[in-house]
Design a protein. Structure first.
Length: 300
């Protein structure tokens, strides 16, 4: 009971601390940090870190790798808005008591026109973001899981660039209720160098959620609900569901409340022997192109 009281006090304190942070919308960079690189999770509305089995889930919650069923390598291609695309890869090593993971995300914004003060075209340039991540997670007993990510950041816009370091913290509690997990994460804590003499702030983000699984002989059903807030956004809520049937087929869907660009998402996965193929479809609003994501995982 004392452990439960301590956990609740910590969660309430984290929420209150985040709400007390100053709002400076429009001054934040490295938004790639808050873009999910896992098609399996994207199909569930950017939830499902503990029910999807790939090597990118620990980038969402640093403790999630402890729930992977084996060592996994994942590569992912995200055809994002307009000409942008995101390539990601990860390696997950779950030793049950502890977990190591390595991952990267590379966001390419495509080619943009460079113009002079008179508006004349004088060239082109290609902005990009890069994140390299090392993960370590540890299990305390049967019910408590903690994890930490260390991230190396790089962002370039034309000739100006910035580098930085950040960390993410994650915690999961296997509650006394069967297959019900309470999880939380505090992400994007760090610092960056100036870009063209301007400071860049990281979008510090807090998440808290509940994940529940129903496991039977014929199917596995997973639900996930998450509340999250970044310094430059209002509170938002994500909902996800995943059905595994016939031992090989995953059907996924998700909904994001208070999201300006995407509300619903859909996904499908196929588990064939040691390989997993996952696909997500995100219909976008406000005239944006729809997003397609696909990944291939190898488990060994």
């Amino acid at each position: 009971m004392n452990k439960i009281k301590i956990i609740l006090i910590v969660l309430v304190t984290l929420v209150a601390s985040l709400n007390a942070l100053p709002e400076k919308a429009g001054e934040y960079g490295f938004q790639v940090l808050n873009i999910s690189s896992s098609p399996a999770m994207s199909g569930m509305g950017d939830t499902g870190a503990f029910s999807t089995d790939d090597a990118l889930n620990f980038m969402s919650n640093p403790a999630a790798g402890l729930f992977n069923k084996s060592r996994i390598i994942t590569v992912s291609q995200n055809f994002w808005i307009a000409d942008t695309d995101l390539i990601a890869g990860g390696y997950s090593i779950n030793k049950r008591k502890y977990h190591w993971g390595y991952a990267f995300k590379h966001l390419n914004y495509g080619t943009l026109d460079q113009r002079d003060e008179a508006g004349q075209l004088i060239g082109e340039y290609s902005p990009l973001d890069f994140v390299g991540t090392i993960n370590y997670a540890y299990r305390f007993g049967a019910t408590h899981f903690i994890g930490i990510n260390a991230n190396l950041l790089y962002e370039k816009i034309h000739t100006a660039s910035s580098v930085g370091l950040s960390t993410d913290l994650g915690y999961v509690w296997n509650t006394p209720l069967k297959d019900l997990k309470l999880y939380t994460a505090l992400k994007n804590l760090g610092t960056t160098s100036k870009m063209d003499k301007e400071n860049i702030d990281l979008p510090i983000t807090y998440e808290i959620g509940l994940a529940k699984e129903f496991i039977s002989r014929y199917y596995d059903l997973a639900f996930d609900v998450q509340a999250h807030k970044a310094q430059d956004t209002d509170f938002a809520y994500n909902f996800g569901v995943q059905l595994k049937t016939f031992e090989i087929l995953y059907l996924r869907s998700g909904y994001k409340e208070n999201n300006d660009s995407n509300e619903f998402s859909y996904g499908v996965g196929i588990d064939f022997d040691s390989f997993n193929v996952d696909y997500a479809y995100l219909p976008m609003t406000n005239g944006f192109d729809n997003v397609h994501k696909i990944s291939l995982s190898y488990k060994f």
